[in-house]
Ligand binder design. Structure first.
Ligand code: CIR
Length: 256
């Protein structure tokens, strides 16, 4: 899948007060800004046009823009985040996306859905049911996608935070899998690149045009992805990992 556009949002000072389940300590705001800048540069190297939205102090987790929308070639959907403190992040995203798309679809309460639970593989979408995405939200998205002639499969998560915490699609049927997805029935026909438990965080990586961007410090996974024929860019992600965020969470990637 070729991407032309990416939207990111600067971390706010309040970022350090965001939601997390990790015990890695509080993020360093200045470091987070540096890492975010490097993320933008890496995306530019991949040949996409990067729109940088300003930081929003009212929403500590709003740098994780991926959760606020699902964008594909045929439709753009504003989500309804499952985390109450994140719900109104969609207001700024709706404003931004309405400049680019004639129609925006919506996930409505009681349905909840976060973009981190949605993985597109060509014309097939996989939608995870997690602590943040409920059955109703997943069902609503499936209906919207099917209306646009996509196929959608709903997958219940056992352990992962979001679907894409443990799953990333590269190209040519290559799927990076970790934990509960390694032997999952739904993903049995892909060429699996298996991430070992001690490198679990690297399962969230992004394939952007000619490159795969992975977090720095996960050498075994880097080797496997390189051996599968991909050019890898490594980025230090420590300050985002502390807030349960990975590489995919920091951007909305699409073709326009
Ligand atoms: C949250 O708990 O919502 C944020 N601290 C992390 C969101 C990560 N987003 C993603 O995986 N798509």
């Amino acid at each position: 899948m070729k991407f032309t556009h990416v939207i990111v949002k600067k971390p706010s000072k309040s970022y350090v007060e965001g939601l997390t389940t990790s015990d890695l300590g509080k993020p360093d705001y200045e470091q987070a800004l540096v890492q975010h800048d490097h993320y933008i540069k890496a995306l530019e190297k991949c040949g996409v046009d990067v729109t940088i939205l300003p930081a929003d102090e009212a929403f500590p987790d709003s740098t994780f823009v991926e959760d606020t929308a699902v964008i594909s070639e045929k439709c753009a959907v504003i989500t309804n985040p499952g985390a109450a403190s994140r719900r109104d992040e969609i207001i700024a995203m709706e404003k931004e996306l309405s400049k680019r798309f004639d129609t925006l679809e919506h996930i409505h309460s009681p349905g909840t859905l976060e973009g981190g639970d949605v993985l597109q593989i060509n014309d097939h979408f996989y939608i995870g049911i997690s602590d943040r995405t409920n059955e109703e939200g997943a069902k609503q998205l499936k209906e919207i996608l099917e209306k646009h002639d996509y196929v959608a499969t709903i997958v219940s998560l056992e352990e992962f935070f979001h679907l894409k915490t443990g799953l990333s699609y590269l190209n040519n049927g290559d799927l990076v899998v970790a934990g509960e997805f390694i032997d999952h029935e739904v993903f049995k026909d892909f060429n699996k690149i298996v991430v070992e438990d001690d490198e679990m965080y690297a399962a969230n990586c992004i394939h952007v045009n000619d490159y795969v961007i992975i977090p720095k410090g996960f050498d075994n996974t880097k080797k496997k992805i390189t051996e599968a024929g991909y050019q890898v860019i490594e980025l230090e992600m420590s300050e985002f990992q502390k807030q349960d965020g990975g590489l995919s969470c920091l951007s909305l990637r699409f073709k326009q």
